[in-house]
Design a protein around this ligand. Sequence first.
Ligand SMILES: O=C(O)[C@H](O)[C@@H](O)[C@H](O)[C@H](O)COP(=O)(O)O
Length: 239
Amino acid sequence: MKTPEQTLLPGVTLHASDDPVVLATELAEQVAARLRQSIGANGGALMVVSGGRTPVDFFQVLSGLALPWERVTILPSDERWVSADSDERNSRLIRQQLLQGAAASARLIELVEDTDRSPDQSAERASDRLCLLDWPADVVVLGMGEDGHTASLFPDAPELAPALSDNAAPVLVTTPPSQPTARLTLSARALSGAAMTVLLIQGEGKRAALEEAVSIPLAIGPMPVRYFFQQPLQVFWSP
Ligand SMILES: O=C(O)[C@H](O)[C@@H](O)[C@H](O)[C@H](O)COP(=O)(O)O
């Protein structure tokens, strides 16, 4: 049963369900259909997914759906400057929750490699790797914090303006004082223009942040997530 849609802004629709698993299942089925369509048309698909805890239900449902996963390339929207085995590592969460079952044969590209010496070197080398991929992505699934950050585009990051600019490199370092570690993030430009862009959020605090974000005139400013209201965006929210 499809969750009801509500238009928040032109091109920005809200899918809401009281049951996070029902919502995750609907999203996973829509994403799988998009990936199949992209693979059929182009021979492969690129999917960018957020880190954090919210996508776990979605990852678990999606990983069980049948599609040519060996044709799918998966990329974290951002990464923390932590070791590969850290619980804080987004790629570790993606490997544990998404690259399982049917989806185990998908290719995951790391933003941070163990041989990288610094966040800047990681960003430079990741940008080079990403330039070899077919952009725009086919699917982008973003998360959001209650401060309106998405990926690692944080309102308090000194690097926010360049990360939102049209000539930004594909991957940049951000050092938001609100965060314990430096972060690598795909730029807003790299995250834009996908065939399917989703904002997956959960909880009343993020619902309030979303309502604030859609209520303020689109002057990017303090809530970076608003950058993505300039393109078709599907918001999936559950309590
Ligand atoms: O690395 C990260 O933290 C994410 O990419 C970030 O943008 C995340 O999506 C939000 O912070 C929400 O995180 P939760 O889902 O854990 O609330």
